[in-house]
Design a binder for this molecule. Structure first.
Ligand SMILES: [Zn+2]
Length: 301
């Protein structure tokens, strides 16, 4: 039976999955980035390669290909470029390095694009050709599928909705600009929104969600505003690609009951009536991490 590696490189950890041709994740392994952050990216990639070899030996399988989803991943060049949430800046040839190291075909794309491919192949978007996948985590990633294909643009970077400006001159963003959606809607963004009320310190969006669920006004308002910012920018995005659905993936998406209502209201209020009441807002059908792993694997299948 054919086997593939699907890998999800994130801002804090990297998950490596062994995936069968049928889309079953046979095994998975997590590498924390922290331990490699002060060294060159090559030591981190070497650790990944060693882990893949171990997984391969454990299951005694040969690999047909390695798919990689990474922040600021460039599908055309196999590079990670200027990823603000990664310890390594500049441009790094990741796919070629892994391919040489393991002598196995390696393909790389943006982590959110990989999640979108996973959702199309194995999740709630199976029957859809036009949808937007939003990942909410350390950052806000997005993969836009139009006519059944991920939109890459001329340079491989199309569809970075996280860096569309939602508040002109607003909060500092990791990209060096101001007012990006990601500065408001992400783990960091949610914490900042809550802290702006000056009513106490929290460390995770889960804490804010728990407070909101127990009726704390500022916590509830944090999620309402989060939905409004999202709704405003997604109304624009909907205008460009007329998606059938906008699908949310990632830790914060678990709290969808808290921000979907204000998101839908703002989206519908700001979108041209050609698109009104036609766009489903939904949560990913795949367990956390799976969409990116399966999507990355599907890249090389
Ligand atoms: Zn930005």
């Amino acid at each position: 039976m054919k086997h593939y590696i699907g890998m999800d490189i994130g801002g804090t950890s990297t998950t490596i999955g062994l995936v069968s041709a049928e889309g079953e994740i046979v095994d998975r392994s997590v590498i924390l980035i922290e331990g490699y952050a002060s060294g060159p990216i090559e030591s981190f990639l070497d650790a990944i390669a060693d882990e893949i070899k171990e997984i391969q030996q454990r299951h005694n399988v040969s690999l047909e290909g390695i798919g990689i989803g990474a922040p600021n991943g460039n599908y055309y060049n196999g590079t990670i470029e200027y990823a603000p949430n990664m310890p390594w800046k500049d441009v790094h040839e990741v796919a070629a390095y892994i391919e040489d190291k393991l002598n196995c075909k390696s393909v790389l794309t943006n982590d959110a694009n990989a999640a979108a491919i996973g959702e199309k192949q194995f999740g709630v978007a199976k029957e859809m050709n036009d949808f937007i996948l939003i990942t909410l985590g350390t950052g806000l990633g997005s993969g836009i599928v139009s006519g059944g294909n991920v939109i890459y643009g001329h340079d491989g970077f199309a569809g970075e909705l996280g860096h569309a400006v939602v508040v002109p001159g607003g909060r500092d963003c990791t990209c060096g600009r101001n007012g990006c959606l990601e500065a408001y809607v992400s783990i960091r963004g949610l914490l900042e929104t809550y802290h702006d009320f000056g009513v106490g310190k929290v460390n995770t969006p889960q804490e804010i969600a728990m407070k909101a669920e127990s009726g704390e006004e500022h916590a509830k308002e944090t999620f309402v505003k989060t939905g409004e910012w999202l709704g405003l920018k997604l109304a624009d995005a909907a205008t460009y690609t007329s998606p059938e659905a906008i699908i949310f993936f990632g830790g914060i998406a678990q709290a969808s009951d808290l921000f979907f209502p204000s998101l839908k209201k703002t989206l519908e209020a700001n979108v041209h009536n050609l698109y009104r009441n036609k766009i489903q807002i939904m949560r990913s059908g795949l367990p956390l991490n799976d969409a990116a792993i399966l999507g990355s694997a599907a890249l090389v299948m």
